[in-house]
Design a protein around this ligand. Structure first.
Ligand SMILES: *Cc1c(COP(=O)(O)O)cnc(C)c1O
Length: 220
């Protein structure tokens, strides 16, 4: 089923939209099946979970961190991941820079936008995005390559449209700025239920879990 799901998505999305397979709580076998079907980027929410599956999956795919990054996990994250999608403060960016420097690496990052300004959500507020990216772009071991947003939870994807549009606006505004370590290429928004709306609003990267792997089996 996983293979068919991936093929269906590729056929639907065409070559211009990149798929990040969101693999939280999935088994190595499930992930390998998705990779066999052509998935080239996997997204993990948890550093610990990534460590557990890293050996088995290896470097044949790009690893994106898509969860909430805690300061004490940055070192490991910088070792394991090719790109961090959820930078939302200068403090965390600075820590990534320090760890990347010690590994002699430059880490591509996205800045996460709290597009619906929800108190419970991560991400920088839309009106503070430019200032944050200005600061981050001075860090030599980071490269800002895009924006990411979740949007509010809703069972109706149409409800997310204004938040995707808002994030796209910020993206377009930042793109032409000539900042040292910034090249705005990717707009990561949309999940299994909302990717169509997200793409209509300009996403060129979508993060898909359920539509590839089926429903997650939660223990609660
Ligand atoms: C789980 C997750 C996804 C994928 O969600 P689905 O609804 O299963 O497609 C995308 N982005 C993030 C940040 C996630 O945690």
């Amino acid at each position: 089923m996983i293979k068919e799901n991936v093929q269906k998505l590729f056929a639907q999305l065409g070559p211009t939209v990149k798929i990040v397979a969101a693999v939280k709580a999935r088994s190595v076998n499930e992930i390998l099946e998705a990779i066999d079907a052509g998935i080239e980027i996997i997204g993990e929410n948890y550093v610990k979970e990534a460590e557990g599956i890293y050996q088995a999956i290896g470097k044949k795919v790009k690893w994106h961190f898509i969860g909430n990054l805690q300061k004490n996990k940055v070192k490991k994250a910088v070792e394991l991941f090719d790109l961090i999608e959820t930078v939302d403060s200068f403090a965390i960016a600075k820590e990534i820079d320090t760890c990347a420097a010690s590994l002699n690496k430059i880490i591509p990052v996205f800045v996460e936008i709290n597009s619906a300004k929800e108190k419970s959500k991560f991400g920088v507020l839309p009106e503070q995005a430019e200032e944050l990216i200005n600061e981050i772009s001075r860090l030599p071991h980071l490269k800002v390559m895009g924006l990411m947003t979740m949007g509010p939870y809703s069972s109706n994807p149409e409800d997310l449209r204004p938040y995707f549009a808002l994030t796209k606006n910020i993206f377009e505004k930042l793109k032409p700025l000539n900042l040292t370590n910034m090249q705005m290429l990717y707009l990561s928004m949309g999940m299994s239920d909302s990717y169509k709306v997200a793409i209509e609003e300009g996403a060129n990267m979508v993060r898909i879990g359920t539509r590839i792997f089926g429903a997650r089996h939660n223990s609660c």
